[in-house]
Design a protein around this ligand. Structure first.
Ligand SMILES: [Mn+2]
Length: 364
């Protein structure tokens, strides 16, 4: 595969250490026949924007064929709108015909963090990421991981700027939306570098396209899940916990916690739901230095996988049984672990919406 030749090329270059990351990244790709971009499952705007802009960089500077992939379905309505409106051409990861001359570039994720279905036998040339979830990087020739950046798209914007590659409006729009989704929510997780990247791409982005993505149409399941979540929510001191069973689409847990974390009485919001044979979890915090990714990893433990950022995290647990009793047991165990890890004594909790209000609403 291309990994070894790419590695020797990149690392054998005189003055390697002095080169900018984008120089080293491109240098290591010179021997490749094709550059394949991969990301985490349920690709989000940050991974989509990163793949799209890096493909543009590789095509512009090296004139090599590229392939962008999609690991699992694109979930949130806005993300699907981004793919449709920008015409992002994504190959399902399971349909990729891997070839010896492929150089694989992983963005917005790290190898063996359990967030991809990429076969472990496929060697990875490069990892470009801003997550602090540690992956297996020992055999990766080019590694650029900067957790101090709010978005992988910010790193990629720097690559294009360093290489003086023009930003077509679609590329600028994808980067802008990728950065914006990561850093403009509240709690905000972004810094000076992200602001500089936003300033760079904003004048070049198509604002009408951006508005269409922001206002993507929502499926009916969004509203059903919202109601379900409100009715199942319990407040345990500083934590609000909601369950949606069954969960028709995995993205709804993230939509729910994004709303719930705005509740003024809590510092933590978690929503979980059973989707197929997995329990999907999404966590938000309104606290600075919340270490949400670490908290969720502690809670999930060896039951499944979890990771994320300071104030946002996600995870999934494969289910041995989807029988209601088994799911109830697992949810009880997860609640116990959340309360323990967050040092919350209030184990009884109280409903967000009182039962009698729900019944009254039904009767009126
Ligand atoms: Mn990201």
């Amino acid at each position: 595969m291309a990994r070894r030749s790419a590695e020797s090329l990149a690392k054998g270059t005189i003055g390697y250490a002095r080169l900018r990351p984008s120089d080293r990244f491109l240098g290591g790709l010179r021997a490749a026949d094709r550059v394949v971009f991969v990301s985490h499952v349920h690709p989000d705007p940050d991974s989509l924007g990163s793949m799209f802009a890096l493909a543009h960089l590789v095509e512009s500077k090296l004139d090599k064929p590229t392939l962008m992939t999609r690991d699992g379905p694109i979930s949130r309505a806005e993300n699907r709108a981004m793919v449709d409106i920008l015409h992002l051409d994504l190959c399902p990861i399971e349909a990729v015909e891997w070839a010896a001359g492929d150089a694989v570039v992983m963005v917005d994720s790290q190898p063996r963090t359990g967030r991809h279905t990429l076969p472990e036998t496929v060697p990875i040339y490069a990892v470009i990421d801003h997550h602090d979830t540690p992956g297996h990087l020992g055999r990766v020739a080019f590694v650029d991981v900067r957790p101090e950046f709010g978005a992988t798209c910010t790193m990629v914007t720097q690559y294009l700027t360093e290489q003086q590659v023009a930003f077509p409006d679609k590329v600028a729009t994808a980067l802008l939306y990728g950065i914006e989704t990561e850093v403009t929510g509240y709690p905000r997780e972004g810094g000076r570098q992200d602001d500089e990247a936003l300033i760079r791409v904003y004048p070049l982005a198509d604002k009408d396209t951006l508005a269409r993505i922001h206002n993507a149409r929502l499926p009916i399941s969004h509203f059903g899940c919202l109601l379900h979540a409100l009715q199942s929510s319990f407040i345990y001191d500083r934590l609000v916990m909601s369950w949606i069973n069954p969960l028709p689409r995995p993205e709804h847990v993230a939509e729910v916690v994004d709303l719930m974390i705005r509740f003024e009485e809590v510092e933590w919001a978690v929503c979980g739901g059973v989707h197929g044979d997995q329990l999907i979890l999404s966590l938000r915090s309104s606290k600075p230095n919340a270490k949400s990714g670490e908290i969720l990893r502690k809670v999930v433990g060896d039951l499944g996988k979890a990771g994320g950022h300071d104030r946002r995290a996600g995870g999934c647990i494969p289910l041995a049984s989807t029988a209601p009793a088994a799911i109830e047991d697992l949810q009880r165990e997860l609640r116990r672990r959340f309360l323990k890890v967050l040092k919350i004594d209030d184990a009884r909790g109280r409903r967000l919406v009182a039962l009698k209000d729900m019944l009254q609403n039904l009767q009126s």
